[in-house]
Design a protein around this ligand. Structure first.
Ligand code: F6R
Length: 602
């Protein structure tokens, strides 16, 4: 959940570190810091708050050719300057992403040996331990190895030693890459932060230790030094600019249509779903049950996806919150396929659930956006989404591509299981590939209409989204989006369930938004909405029922024929309501309080 960057080479390090940190801020933005080697010693500048505050604290004279930087999402210890990284213990200065689970034991032991700690972080225990072994052994590598033997938990470290113009790294369960540029070597949590400097990188594996200096990168695994196979990033620096939009979130909402097209077009051959480039031809053979594991919005995408698979392919399917699944695995029968869904590919709970599914013998598939990440690599097979880099903390195009890809799998399985014929499969695939992106782009033109809805609700404290079936799953995502970026409390409820208790919260002017896109249920959902109006609610109906005679206070039409177009139109409308509600409240839309985009701790 924190971002790490390091550079050693023949250029001034600090501007690179600050630029990289600003690109890593999506991983956490509680505090930021940098350590650079000056006259052989590490000089640290750190501050609570954003990278911009760090930039202000740096002096022009802070010139150095070797530096490490960090942007923090606090796990241990309050957000303040002292707890900000880097942490320095004697000869060792380091930055850390992850959690050291046994830091109290390590700290207690070191305190009995006279070590004094300045911060309340778990990280300082690691720097002190490495320093202790460095003083004893005199070798950087041996000191790190010995400390890692004792450290329990997850980590990516970038470490500097006094007087050495080099950076050492080690990792377990937290992402870390090495970059190879014209002017030196880099380390980073993510390729995004390196794109301004290089597109050539190596993904460090769990258990490896590496050293970068101005002219070399050396990686050690358990067998000693290993050959590095450099890769080229497919990402473009252009993708990480706002392109004139006020916020990345708005830009990414506008990119949803092309992201879905890119995700589906590579798997739609002759208008039929085709996974033959990525999955063995017998990959789905014998699958009797599908379960999804995911968190947050990816979990909402999974719920919708499980519904599509059940309805179209008639394969029993469920979606589980990954953090619950991993400690209470559902009773399963043989031939279960577990699908882990994750934009970042590094969500700790989803990774834990995936590992648990593997442990009990399930076949596993990952649906991931960020390339070469742990979830992508550890599953038996992986299907990437083509959303491109998603910078706003609140996901939009990442979620949209997850739903689209799972829908394509549902069409594929339905055809494979003879639940639909090839013609229907072609029609559904064509709709997903061509009509859905068009519908999203048309919906994005309705910004003014959604602005006026947002203006009506932005200064209220509570809101309900209600719906049935897939509309309920959209409601869950709509409520999450509104909560996380506008801080308006929002709850999603299955329409008819409201009257079993929760309707007592509805009072004069409480906004209730019903999503109603299933013609069989129009009248039922509309009745549920009016039940809230009778109790004073301000009612908004998002409906594809063009003939509705509903007395809702506001009507928003979804003018599409197919269920999947209606899904994405409703979704996009609710994203815009959330965006503009947050906008009118003056919220920090791309970086909501308390959040980070990659949640790499349990
Ligand atoms: C909400 C949001 C989160 C993520 C969740 C899982 O807008 O982005 O709820 O969906 O943290 O993240 P990934 O998909 O990276 O595993």
């Amino acid at each position: 959940m924190c971002g790490i960057i390091g550079y050693v080479g023949n250029d001034n390090a600090a501007p690179k570190i600050v630029k990289g940190l600003s690109l890593l801020e999506y991983r956490g933005y509680d505090s930021a810091g940098i350590a650079f080697l000056k006259d052989g010693a590490a000089r640290i500048v750190k501050t609570s708050g954003r990278v911009d505050s760090l930039r202000e604290k740096l002096l022009k004279s802070d010139k150095s050719y070797c530096a490490i930087g960090h942007t923090r999402w606090a796990t241990h210890g309050p957000v303040n300057d002292v707890n900000a990284h880097p942490h320095k213990s004697g000869n060792v200065t380091l930055v850390h992403n992850g959690i050291i689970e046994n830091y109290i034991e390590i700290k207690n032991e070191l305190q009995t040996q006279g070590v004094v700690f300045k911060s309340s972080t778990d990280t300082e225990a690691a720097s002190a331990l490495i320093n202790k072994y460095y003083n004893e052994l005199g070798s950087e590598k041996d000191a790190i190895k010995k400390a890692l033997f004792e450290i329990k938990g997850s980590y990516a470290f970038a470490i500097m030693f006094k007087g050495k113009e080099e950076i050492w790294v080690a990792k377990k369960e937290s992402s870390l890459i090495i970059g190879y540029g014209n002017d030196g070597f880099y380390v980073s949590s993510d390729i995004i932060a390196l794109l301004p400097f290089t597109d050539t990188y190596y993904v460090v594996n769990d258990g490896e230790i590496a050293r970068i200096s101005s002219d070399s990168a050396i990686v050690f695994d358990t067998n000693g030094e290993k050959e590095i196979h450099w890769q080229k990033s497919e990402q473009d620096e252009q993708n990480i600019q706002k392109d004139g939009y006020d916020h990345f979130m708005l830009k990414e909402m506008h990119e949803q249509a092309s992201a879905i097209y890119n995700t589906i077009s590579v798997r739609a051959k002759k208008e039929m779903p085709d996974f033959s480039d990525e999955l063995a031809s017998d990959f789905f053979d014998g699958t009797e049950r599908i379960e999804f594991v995911a968190c947050g919005s990816a979990m909402h995408a999974s719920l919708a996806g499980a519904g599509f698979i059940e309805q179209l392919a008639k394969i029993p399917s469920n979606a589980y919150i990954a953090s619950e699944y991993r400690y209470s695995v559902p009773a399963f029968k043989k031939n279960t396929l577990t699908i882990a869904v994750s934009q970042s590919g590094e969500t700790a709970d989803t990774l834990g659930a995936l590992r648990e599914a593997k442990r009990i013998g399930n076949k596993t598939l990952a649906i991931v956006n960020a390339r070469e990440t742990a979830i992508a690599k550890e599953a038996d097979a992986c299907l990437y989404t083509y959303a491109g880099p998603e910078i706003a903390v609140a996901t939009t195009k990442g979620y949209a591509t997850q739903v689209a890809l799972i829908y394509l799998i549902a069409i594929y399985l339905a055809n494979k299981n003879a639940q639909i014929n090839a013609h229907i499969a072609q029609v559904l695939t064509d709709t997903l590939l061509n009509s859905v992106p068009k519908a999203i782009n048309e919906t994005m033109l309705r910004e003014n209409e959604m602005k006026s809805i947002a203006r009506r609700i932005f200064d209220l404290d509570n809101l309900f989204y209600i719906g049935r079936g897939v509309d309920y799953y959209i409601s869950m995502e709509a409520a999450l989006k509104l909560k996380e970026i506008s801080y308006i409390h929002a709850q999603a409820y299955p329409s008819a369930e409201l009257k079993h208790g929760t309707i007592s919260l509805v009072e004069k002017s409480t906004p209730v938004v019903a999503i109603s896109t299933n013609e069989q249920l129009y009248s039922k959902t509309e009745s549920n909405l009016l039940e809230t109006k009778s109790r004073g609610a301000y009612t908004i109906l998002i409906t594809s029922n063009i003939k509705t005679a509903s007395e809702a206070d506001a009507l928003i039409f979804v003018p599409y024929q197919s269920a999947i177009e209606r899904f994405f139109c409703s979704l996009t409308l609710t994203q815009m309501i959330a965006y503009y509600a947050a906008f009118f409240r003056g919220c920090d839309i791309d970086k909501p309080r308390n959040l980070a985009k990659s949640v790499t701790v349990e």
